[in-house]
Design a protein around this ligand. Structure first.
Ligand SMILES: [Zn+2]
Length: 215
């Protein structure tokens, strides 16, 4: 069980309004997870989503592309919906953006103003009090992930009563040290450390399998 617990652990670094996060009970949390591509939600945010859903938070997903890099956008869109269903996010809480100026492409530099506009419009429309996304290194280093972090960081000043958390990028070694990662994640400073049990681990694995292996 220990190994399973450790595989599904992640830390999120607090950026703004820590008190909002601490004071919000699970049922009071309206959280938006912002990703760039289908698969991101299960590859990077599965433990977080599973734990927030277990806390009865209202979890929404905004994915800024259909993941059309290999011209499989329609398929990957459906895979995202299936993956989210496993994780506990219903279709009604999922928004998948399909804009030509936000292509799924590691060589494409998404304009910060465009990304910011899309995200802020969504946050205002749904009154979220917590937003989660990648940190400045993009977790996997993908340029589209980093663009989202830049856009949100620049928009923080207008986010009132909203907690912004970013998923901590860890080095190659920490990604693959299995259960040894658990004490590290718990001990290192972070605003929110999500750790799932065996059931959560299995659900995360199913969501990844459901979403397919293309990243
Ligand atoms: Zn991605």
């Amino acid at each position: 069980v220990c190994v399973c617990v450790c595989v599904c652990v992640c830390s999120l670094k607090h950026v703004l309004n820590a008190s909002t996060c601490r004071e919000a009970g699970g049922a009071d949390i309206r959280v938006l997870i912002v990703t760039a591509h289908p698969d991101d939600e299960c590859m990077f945010f599965a433990p977080t989503i599973i734990q927030l859903v277990e806390l009865h938070a209202s979890v929404h997903l905004l994915c800024l592309s259909q993941g059309n890099y290999y011209n499989k956008g329609a398929q990957r869109k459906q895979e995202l919906l299936n993956s989210c269903a496993v994780l506990g996010i219903p279709d009604s809480r999922i928004t998948i953006v399909n804009q030509k100026n936000l292509p799924d492409d590691p060589k494409a530099q998404w304009k910060v103003s465009v990304v910011s506009s899309v995200i802020m419009k969504h946050i205002r429309a749904h009154s979220f009090n917590m937003v989660l996304t990648f940190d400045g290194r993009g977790v996997s280093g993908h340029a589209n992930h980093i663009a989202i972090h830049k856009a949100l960081t620049l928009s923080l000043s207008v986010l009132i009563d909203c907690c912004f958390l970013s998923l901590v990028t860890v080095g190659f070694l920490r990604k693959y040290i299995s259960f040894l990662e658990l004490p590290l994640s718990c001990l290192l400073p972070s605003c929110l450390c999500c750790c799932t049990g065996l059931q959560g681990y299995r659900r995360a694995r199913v969501s990844v399998d459901t979403a397919g292996k293309d990243v």
